[in-house]
Design a protein around this ligand. Sequence first.
Ligand SMILES: Cc1cc2nc3c(=O)[nH]c(=O)nc-3n(C[C@H](O)[C@H](O)[C@H](O)COP(=O)(O)OP(=O)(O)OC[C@H]3O[C@@H](n4cnc5c(N)ncnc54)[C@H](O)[C@@H]3O)c2cc1C
Ligand code: SF4
Length: 340
Amino acid sequence: MMRLPKFTYRVPKKVSDAVKMIADAGPDAMFVAGGTDLYPNMKRRQQTPRTVISVTRLRELHEVREDAGGGLVIGASVSLTDVVDHPVIKRHYQVVADAARTISTPLLRNMGTIGGNLLLDTRCNYYDQNYEWRRGINFCMKKDGEICWVAPSSPKCWAVNSSDLAPVMVALGAKLRLVSSGGERMVSASEIYNNDGINYLNKRQDELLAEIHLPPRNGLRAVYKKLRRRGAFDFPVLGVAAALDLDRDRTVRSARLILGGVAPAPVEVKEAEAVLLGHQLNQERIEAAAEACYLKARPLDNTDFLMNWRKQMARPYVLRALEALYPEGRDVESRHSFDV
Ligand SMILES: Cc1cc2nc3c(=O)[nH]c(=O)nc-3n(C[C@H](O)[C@H](O)[C@H](O)COP(=O)(O)OP(=O)(O)OC[C@H]3O[C@@H](n4cnc5c(N)ncnc54)[C@H](O)[C@@H]3O)c2cc1C
Ligand code: SF4
């Protein structure tokens, strides 16, 4: 049985106390929410904070509300179960609830939070192993070692962003409110992820994620499709988040296509967006966008399934996502439809 290492546990009740605690505790401290990612990582000695500061008692992090401009604000400690079921979230952005429903298992969704999901550690077959297993291969660059076993000549780590909600939040143009003892700032979801498996967040260790702000939907259509081995539960080995704003005549006013599970950060496929923007959504355009995503997806051999197959699956999954966004346009053939 793997045991947690010894650590100091703090449970602040106010945001101001939480950010002061982490500032006082220094670089060896981490926040924890549901702990469904952090505690297994601590048991495997992948992450080894000396002080763990719980955000579960911070009341304002549990709120879901509409803001004055018609947007949606979700507190970082709202559980995934509540995200799945929350009527206000579903009314504004059903896609957020749908993506949350695909995360892990019902029990883990009761504990896991939306904030923890967005800040999930990156994953890799050579890293998500116990200490003895990792010691057996002399560790790797992400923790305790020097080499990357996936790409031995690479100067950087390619561990994968495997959050289901990260690509969705990037596609929707979400902003994150970060608070520290030095003040607070808003950062867009597209800016917070860094394409480096070790330094995967553009966020300081002492910054608390307080809220996720989503803009007013204004007719935006959005969908998330996930590829995984088991339908019951599994991390994504490919996630496709698509968000389109269509005119009445189906002309695409805005488009965002984001791939998850294929790189250390969610990948925005601007080439696919350019294929759609300003054009009528039709089968030809949809297939061209899917092709652009296929070309851009470059998964490596560090998660489940063969990497070439995962790359090939980008095409049908983008097709499925775009077809789902325009079900009334049945000129789009349904020959690509199959179940996850
Ligand atoms: C068996 C299993 C299956 C899983 N399947 C999936 C899956 O399919 N898809 C998926 O996306 N995830 C999956 N997960 C991962 C995890 O359960 C979820 O991502 C969950 O949402 C993490 O939330 P948490 O609150 O438990 O995070 P925690 O473990 O508490 O924290 C995760 C990270 O976020 C940081 N953090 C948390 N809250 C804050 C905050 N407010 N401010 C600053 N930092 C913070 C922590 O320091 C830590 O680095 C799985 C986990 C397990 C064990
Ligand atoms: S991608 Fe390379 S450095 Fe990163 S966790 Fe995997 S083996 Fe380690």
